[in-house]
Ligand binder design. Structure first.
Ligand code: HAM
Length: 427
């Protein structure tokens, strides 16, 4: 027996039966993003590994444990993109976009790859809807980006999600925060898991996201507030919150929200939904004012977020039974000659932007073809038998009313087009 192949672990086929949900979410997102002047950008799905190492941080979990590096490259190392921000920063710098526009607003929709242990809501190939606004560091922009993420989730029909925000402050403030955290954690170091004991020196922020029960208890008892923030950073964060209040966005300030990627400074945020269990983040983002410079680009600030499409679909009610699509026209034939004629006919009908199909099988019975037309919810059936061939006509059957009419080959495209346009909702 030949081996049957399965979809790789942590990935999924998106079959036509569920594609309408994906397209619905994507279309809605594009519509909304364009009203904020975000322009779509598409970057390659792999980049030099060093781009991600430098952007996300050598000690981040994504770089340490989840990067999918391509092995066939002899000289340079390339990795599948684990996220979009680094690639977009690279494209922004490489294309000198700062010289063309002060504030560049990009959005992207596409697959990302992380070599994680798969579980519900955690995949190795998943999809982001993301935005990056590069060139301006203003609290109003942070608030707008946060409110946009909330707006998107609401428009997707998701209810009951929570927004958590925090400020890491400037690079200097972030350093202070890590000192404060180490001071606070020191006394309970032995209670932490082995991973977190290593993280204590390497990347103390990661301890805050550890899922180990003992670590969670230690983290729960921490006394971190906002004492790491300078006066200027505190003011900035206050302004972000004020702007969110102006837009009536509800949020919770969580001083333990630090995010897993190193590039963040100042505002960070996360949107979560209880129904998702342990992988409860629907999306997340924040400000990253030093990434462009870190990558050899101009000294400009940026802010953005990414939403996980698979998790959106998990949290979205009513995604179990897909909307069934219907066909405009199905051509039913009898005999070999009629199939050939139908083949040409389909070509004509489709050129009028009408959705049409047939069975392609000359031996298929009239009855089974009619059954197929029914199953595909065809609005009209075109019958092509011996009589029609002799008379050089097609019998058009309206599947709702049962009415039939003979139409010449030359006119059929026009006639069907008129019928569809004047009764778009037939069936
Ligand atoms: P992130 O938090 O790593 O941020 O990912 C954003 C969202 O992607 C998560 O909240 C989650 O919904 C989804 N996600 C992440 N990993 C997986 C996975 N393995 N399986 C399924 N869904 C997943 C970023 O990637 C940043 N680039 C966001 C950003 C943009 N920050 C500024 N600009």
């Amino acid at each position: 027996m030949l081996k049957k192949f399965s979809v790789p672990r942590g990935t999924a086929d998106i079959l036509p039966s569920s594609i309408s949900y994906w397209q619905g979410v994507e279309q809605k997102a594009r519509q909304i993003l364009e009203t904020y002047r975000f322009m779509e950008i598409r970057t390659p799905i792999f980049e030099e590994t060093a781009l991600f190492t430098r952007s996300l941080g050598q000690t981040s979990d994504v770089v340490q444990k989840q990067m999918l590096t391509l092995s066939s490259q002899k000289e340079d190392s390339f990795s599948l993109r684990p996220e979009g921000t680094a690639s977009i920063a690279r494209a922004y710098i490489e294309n000198d976009i700062d010289k063309k526009q002060k504030l560049a607003k990009f959005y992207y929709i596409g697959p990302m790859f992380r070599g994680e242990r798969p579980q519900k809501g955690r995949l190795r190939q998943f999809h982001h809807i993301g935005v990056e606004a590069i060139g301006v560091s203003q609290p109003l922009l942070d608030a707008e980006i946060i409110s946009l993420s909330v707006r998107l989730l609401s428009e997707f029909g998701i209810k009951g999600f929570k927004l958590k925000i925090n400020s890491l402050g400037s690079l200097e403030d972030k350093k202070n925060l890590s000192i404060l955290l180490r001071d606070d954690l020191k006394k309970n170091l032995s209670a932490l898991c082995e991973d977190c004991q290593n993280r204590f020196e390497r990347n103390v922020f990661r301890i805050l996201d550890c899922k180990n029960e003992n670590c969670k208890k230690v983290v729960h008892g921490l006394h971190i507030k906002d004492s790491h923030l300078s006066e200027e950073s505190r003011k900035y964060f206050e302004n972000v919150r004020e702007a969110l209040d102006l837009l009536k966005i509800s949020y919770e300030v969580n001083p333990l929200l630090v995010r897993g990627l190193d590039y963040y400074t100042h505002t960070v945020f996360e949107l979560s939904h209880e129904s998702l269990g342990s992988q409860d983040a629907l999306g997340a983002g924040g400000r990253y004012d030093h990434l462009m410079e870190e990558l050899g680009g101009p000294n400009v600030g940026a802010v953005g977020f990414a939403l996980g499409v698979e998790r959106i679909l998990l949290a979205k009610p009513g995604t179990e039974s897909p909307v069934e699509s219907s066909l405009d026209v199905f051509v039913v034939t009898r005999g070999e000659e009629a199939v050939k004629k139908a083949f040409v006919l389909l070509n004509t009908i489709r050129s009028h932007s009408i959705m049409a199909d047939m069975s392609y099988e000359p031996d298929s019975s009239f009855k089974s073809q009619m059954r197929l037309a029914d199953k595909l919810k065809s609005k009209y059936v075109l019958l092509l038998g011996e009589d029609e061939l002799k008379e050089n006509v097609v019998t058009v059957k309206d599947m709702k009313s049962g009415e039939q009419q003979k139409v010449s080959f030359e006119k059929i495209g026009e006639v069907i087009k008129n019928k569809i346009c004047s009764h778009p909702e037939v069936n």
